[in-house]
Design a binder for this molecule. Sequence first.
Ligand SMILES: Nc1ncnc2c1ncn2[C@@H]1O[C@H](COP(=O)(O)OP(=O)(O)OP(=O)(O)O)[C@@H](O)[C@H]1O
Ligand SMILES: [Mg+2]
Length: 368
Amino acid sequence: MEKEILKKNFGIVYKSKKMRDLIDIALQVAQSDISVLLYGESGVGKEVFAKVIHKASKRADKPLVSINCGAIPEGILESELFGHKKGSFTGAVDNRKGYFEIADGGTLFLDEIGEMPLTTQVKLLRVLETQEIMPVGSETVKKVDVRIIAASNRDLQKEVDAKRFRQDLYFRLKAVTLVIPPLRERKEDIPELVEYFLKQYSEKNNIPLPELTRDAMELLMDYPWPGNIRELKNTLESAVALSKDGILDSEAFLPLLTSRQIEEDPRHLPVHVHKSADSMDREMILGALIEIKKDLNELKGFAYKNQNTEINNPEDVEMEEIIPLDELEKNAIKKALKFTKGNKRKAAQLLKISERTLYRKIKEYGIS
Ligand SMILES: Nc1ncnc2c1ncn2[C@@H]1O[C@H](COP(=O)(O)OP(=O)(O)OP(=O)(O)O)[C@@H](O)[C@H]1O
Ligand SMILES: [Mg+2]
């Protein structure tokens, strides 16, 4: 498949031979129903690969259901996976479909499979072997047709040795194993990724494409990227949101890079960077920064125009430049609410006022 198509349809960008080879294998195995095990550090693109395999398979028009086995409490994981019958346990007020049934005909992506409790592993293996599920509390089985893609950032062989992972399930899952290398082992991909993310971000926010200086690119090439592609993407977005003039030099990046040991041997670096606890908030703050930047640019343009049309004393102020404070306030509230899609808690945070004050002012100004 052509690189451009991969970029357009799957959002996957690369240059290195390592990635090209991996993508070839992924596209090849996509055609069969064989299980695939994806290995790789946090942020290398395991989920992206799961999507590629699903979308290139004959199951593409059926659902791809992703589950993070580490994030679902042990007690409810089985009912989440296999469903449950009404009344099978306290809280089971209705029959509920499990992810296997929801993904029927499609693909189930089991992320962080190494975190799955041993008891659930036994049941999962049985489902894979029989293609039948038995919802919790039910006595009858249901046929399901689901393709499994699993991912782990731990070595499952080691988990098997430590008796934390069942060997039979491991054998079943690892039919095809793809190891996605960390970004620092395929640095040739960095320039293409940078270009892709900058373009994507500026289009999304409707701002001019930022310019990256040579020293900045050198810095990005040298950095070991412990959080891999996710870290690269987040770093670029922050740098753009914080930049004043749309030019990104190395100074713009230095404060953003989490691992300062740029010159050190990457093998000694901590390689565990977790997703930010609240990436929604992060996106919102960056979005707000971009909005402010755009407003500032508009103001600058306005000031510039005024300067050129009238020979004004800079100290002089025109009557119409003065906007009543309540109007400014009303506008700010409207903008914040629009930006947070009506979420008052987040809007209040952005406006740096209490939620209660926000409610009062909404009423006062009659904002709907
Ligand atoms: N080759 C790539 N081209 C473009 N974007 C990519 C590529 N690989 C990953 N990304 C992007 O990087 C981010 C992280 O990717 P993804 O979520 O697939 O990583 P992951 O390995 O599942 O991470 P984690 O272990 O933390 O769940 C996503 O925003 C994804 O779109
Ligand atoms: Mg993931």
